[in-house]
Design a protein around this ligand. Structure first.
Ligand code: AMP
Length: 418
């Protein structure tokens, strides 16, 4: 397999798939540039070796149509600053950038407009229901269009570099299909991909025990696959955040207006059963900080997670829960954290996530390997100033979890020719 260190970029044009899906604030300013910083080593290396760069990415979910608020034009200057170049040229239509790409000289950078302004990028038919009898035909047609779209992107460059770990679990035009249009010597993984794959390996091969996973976030349904998978690997599992109340409800608890998935009560009970069967210590919040409104300035009090009065909702882990989480994390040697323990975006409901972050930092100082993944947990770690106190911060959420599940990511398989 070709590697970025072995490839001779001098005089070549490289098209690089990065993950610049950064959060923007209401003024279009970048709220967290972790993902841009993540891609910098690959991009700078290519420029330093005398190559020209064509950078492509998606941002947000424009659903196959141009939308100004998702334009990558907004981050052009930030990319130039991150790369230390005077200018980043911008191609306002990613599928019509041949001329701009041809004109690129060594050391120059061209950023393509958001790939997802075209439905071909994701390759899913739009405006047609899955139940529609015509769906299969539409899907086939879109797959053909996806290939054409990938071929156009490939025509801009001499080589392809895949460095978007955050989307490596998707078989999209720019993350996987495009690789078919380059021979094995002209496609490779970037440094970020190499680093992320290594971090997953350090968790999975030679696991130092005890191994704890902390899974939070809003719902159990979106994480059930990884939760079940982790139950075969970890010694302890903390389940926190909004999913707490689906578990409490499954046992007949009172949860007031807390977030709940009524159709997943049996799933929650199944998780508990599997944990017991596998001898995994399951840690959940016995108490909650409850609020009379979904707002930072709501009135609050502490209540058992299964005795929340009507009109109130659990928005964070309570003080006893925070203590138990910290205790469970203490002394662990491998730690995986994905998803917050509460509505951490509100300062008054970030205590549970902070307690987890601090305990992870302490365990890391005592020799644990800690891996933090998923936009929200990464935002937590940054918010609490703990970024340099954990072992590795992944730029991937879904991709990280799929890699930990042991799935082969399409973005990697495409490069390896699998
Ligand atoms: P997810 O996208 O499923 O990983 O969930 C992340 C989101 O879960 C964050 O935006 C949190 O604000 C939210 N969240 C965490 N705990 C709660 C809770 N108790 N009630 C409502 N939302 C929550």
């Amino acid at each position: 397999m070709m590697t970025i260190d072995n490839y001779k970029f001098a005089g070549k044009k490289a098209i690089v798939r990065v993950d610049f899906n950064v959060p923007l604030d209401e003024n279009g300013k970048i709220a967290d540039d972790t993902r841009i910083r993540g891609a910098v080593p690959t991009l700078k290396h290519i420029l330093a070796e005398g190559g020209a760069l064509i950078i492509m990415s998606h941002m947000g979910k424009p659903k196959g149509k141009p939308a100004a608020k998702y334009s990558l034009g907004q981050i052009k200057d930030a990319v130039a600053a991150a790369l230390g170049v005077p200018e980043v040229k911008f191609a306002p239509d990613c599928a019509k950038a041949k001329e701009a790409a041809d004109a690129l000289k060594a050391g120059e950078v061209l950023l393509l407009e958001n790939l997802r302004f075209y439905p071909e990028e994701e390759g899913k038919p739009v405006g047609i229901d899955k139940e529609d009898p015509a769906y299969e035909a539409a899907k086939k047609e879109m797959k053909a269009r996806q290939k054409d779209f990938a071929k156009v992107l490939a025509s801009y460059a001499d080589c392809y570099v895949m460095d978007a770990f955050g989307t490596a679990h998707r078989k999209h035009a720019s993350t996987a299909v495009i690789a078919d249009y380059f021979d094995a010597d002209n496609k490779m993984l970037g440094y970020l991909m190499e680093k992320e794959v290594k971090a997953v390996d350090s968790v999975l091969s030679d696991i130092k025990r005890p191994f704890i996973a902390i899974m939070g976030g809003s719902k159990v349904s979106s994480k059930i696959g990884i939760i079940e998978n982790l139950l075969g690997k970890v010694d302890k599992l903390i389940l926190c955040g909004g999913m707490t109340y689906t578990f409490a409800k499954a046992h007949g608890g009172e949860i007031g207006e807390s977030i709940v998935e009524m159709d997943k009560l049996d799933v929650a009970l199944g998780v508990e059963e599997l944990a017991k069967k596998n001898g995994v210590e399951l840690v959940m919040a016995p108490d909650a900080i409850i609020a009379d409104n979904f707002a930072n300035d709501a009135n609050t009090k502490v209540a058992p997670s299964n005795a929340i009065p009507a009109g109130w909702q659990g928005l964070d882990a309570g003080p006893e829960a925070q203590k138990r989480f910290a205790e469970a994390i203490k002394g662990c040697k491998t730690i995986l954290w994905n998803g917050p323990a509460g509505v951490f975006e509100f300062d008054n409901f970030c205590g549970g996530s902070r307690a987890i972050g601090m305990a992870i930092a302490e365990a890391t100082a005592n020799g644990a390997f800690s891996l933090i993944g998923g936009g929200d947990s990464v935002a937590c770690v940054n918010k609490f100033g703990l970024a340099d106190k954990v072992s590795y911060i992944s730029t991937g959420g879904g991709a990280l979890l799929e890699a930990i599940e042991g799935k082969v990511l399409p973005g990697i398989a495409a490069i390896k020719g699998e």
